[in-house]
Design a protein around this ligand. Structure first.
Ligand SMILES: [Zn+2]
Length: 529
């Protein structure tokens, strides 16, 4: 039994511009590539299935090398009201959301602000009941100190006319003393506690939405970090195995294990490696510092726009050393979040002190480096997980944070590749949008979509080939699977991202108008436009 995929332009990603026009697959693995006639002849007795791709462009399946899938799903579940500019618009958005939910699901919204509405309307419970008579509703105001709820939510929380105001909170009431549905500060908690925010079902639903969204955007997999934040390692892993069952949903999930979650991992009898054919446990995730936005990324000299601080180290050097040592004892690689150069320096000392027993360690973000750190990086078996979209989001304000001198070695993707350092591409969703085409666009243009300028630090722009490599062979290299994934070649998995355009010849703005036609995982069409 075999499958012939033909009449497409298949980019092998072995070499720039290398194309083939047909692929023959057996048991989910590419058996041969070449001309359709040759493959048809050779395998004529074995071909049981054929896909005529009608001239589409086929890439090795795109994989996001760093994100938080449950968090991405949560963002999809909750309705974003922050861009709403009229109360009528908010009403319409809520109606649309309600339609998409089942009868007992919560309607969760975030970010409404009546100051953006001409009528300054703060919805009354009765109006919310008209929109959602059955489903409970909880809409957080932009300041996060107030929320609107409907009658169904009040009922679930047991709030009536007779409920006293909690300490530090106010249940706003009408003249008859009935709650209007507007809750301030601590009164919000009365309802919040009945939202099944982190029930296992909620995590599972969030994950389902995330996987489906990623498949729709052409992603065949993701390296994700979620195991520490919900109901513990085992429960979260169970959500993954139930959603990605390998039948209804195929998707390659590689799960980083937060160092706090590693204890439960060991207790439950798991170790780094395969859990199911589609789910793997990966490196131990450790945070070395914070982020540039809040000036918590740890720099070796003070921030240019605030000389009073150099940022924050999450662990002392000794603690970080201990964590890396612990990973080695568990035969695990490490994946260390480092944004500032001082954090990277310390992370490198820890990796140099306790070298990996196998494979590659990962350094996540690596936004600020220095020439001496670059030299040390080159000597180690490491890969950097970079997020090209951070250039689009963090510039221009980050220039003030870092200052001229440090900027030369910041977000320096081209320099890293030229120095021969392995890099993989990701989104860090839900921080940045998960769409890999947005990541590729940012890597190639170093602008936000629609901006017309030569790019932030234009000398650091990547070619389209390099950008696609980040999300294909780069992501495979990050998990030591570069000889099985990330290329279209015999012996590699039959994971394809099929687009309607050739990314290598487009004007950069056209990347954003490219459509995903099909997402294929393990020779199975998981999404079709
Ligand atoms: Zn992250």
């Amino acid at each position: 039994m075999g499958t012939l995929w033909w009449n497409g332009t298949f980019f092998t990603m072995e070499r720039e511009n290398e194309k083939i026009d047909a692929v023959y697959v057996e048991d989910g693995i590419i058996k041969a590539t070449g001309k359709k006639e040759n493959l048809s002849d050779t395998y004529q007795n074995k071909i049981t299935e054929e896909y005529d791709l009608q001239g589409a462009f086929v890439y090795p399946g795109f994989v996001d090398s760093h994100l938080h899938m449950v968090g991405h799903g949560e963002k999809l579940i909750q309705l974003d009201l922050s861009e709403t500019t009229s109360s009528e618009n908010m009403r319409q958005l809520l109606k649309g959301k309600v339609k998409s939910l089942s009868n007992d699901e919560w309607v969760l919204g975030e970010g409404w602000n009546e100051n953006n509405f001409i009528d300054r309307k703060i919805f009354h419970r009765d109006e919310l009941d008209e929109i959602a008579p059955n489903q409970p509703m909880f809409l957080t105001r932009i300041c996060r100190h107030a929320a609107l709820v409907n009658s169904a939510a009040l009922k679930l929380a047991g709030i009536t006319k007779d409920t006293p105001n909690p300490e530090g909170g106010l249940i706003v009431r009408d003249l008859k003393g009935e709650p209007t549905g507007y809750l301030l500060d601590a009164a919000m908690d009365l309802v919040k506690s009945s939202i099944p925010s982190v029930t296992n079902d909620y995590v599972t639903i969030a994950l389902q939405k995330a996987v489906d969204d990623m498949l729709r955007l052409g992603l065949v997999g993701g390296h994700t970090e979620d195991l520490h934040y919900y109901n513990g390692f085992k429960q979260t892993l169970t959500s993954f195995t139930s959603v990605i069952d390998g039948d209804k949903r195929k998707f390659r999930a590689h799960l980083l294990v937060h160092h706090e979650a590693s204890n439960e991992m060991v207790k439950e009898g798991y170790m780094e490696g395969e859990v199911t054919p589609f789910i793997e446990l990966g490196a131990m995730k450790i945070f070395a510092d914070g982020a540039l936005g809040g000036r918590t990324a740890w720099l070796s000299t003070p921030y240019a726009d605030d000389p009073s601080t150099s940022g924050v180290a999450m662990h002392s050097e000794e603690q970080l050393m201990n964590l890396v040592e612990k990973a080695r004892q568990l035969n695990m690689n490490v994946a260390i979040h480092t944004i500032g150069d001082a954090a990277l320096d310390m992370a490198l000392r820890a990796i140099e002190g306790f070298p990996a027993n196998k494979g590659r360690d990962r350094l996540i973000h690596v936004q600020v480096i220095r020439p001496d750190l670059l030299r040390r990086l080159k000597k180690l078996p490491v890969i950097l997980d970079i997020q090209p979209r951070f250039v689009a989001s963090d510039f221009p304000w980050v220039q003030e944070r870092l200052g001229e001198e440090r900027l030369k070695y910041s977000f320096a993707w081209k320099t890293l590749l030229q120095e021969g350092i392995h890099c993989a591409g990701g989104s860090d969703a839900p921080i940045e949008p998960v769409d890999p085409l947005l990541g590729i666009h940012a890597a190639v243009t170093r602008t936000k979509p629609g901006e017309r300028h030569p790019g932030y630090l234009p000398e650091q722009k990547l070619t389209p080939f390099e950008a696609v490599q980040l999300f294909t062979s780069g992501s495979a290299t990050a998990i030591n699977k570069e000889s099985q994934r990330g290329k279209i070649s015999s012996g590699f998995v039959a994971d394809f991202t099929i687009l309607d355009k050739n990314l290598f010849v487009l004007e950069p703005e056209e990347i954003l108008q490219t459509n995903v036609l099909m997402t294929v995982v393990d020779n199975t069409v998981m999404y079709q436009r």
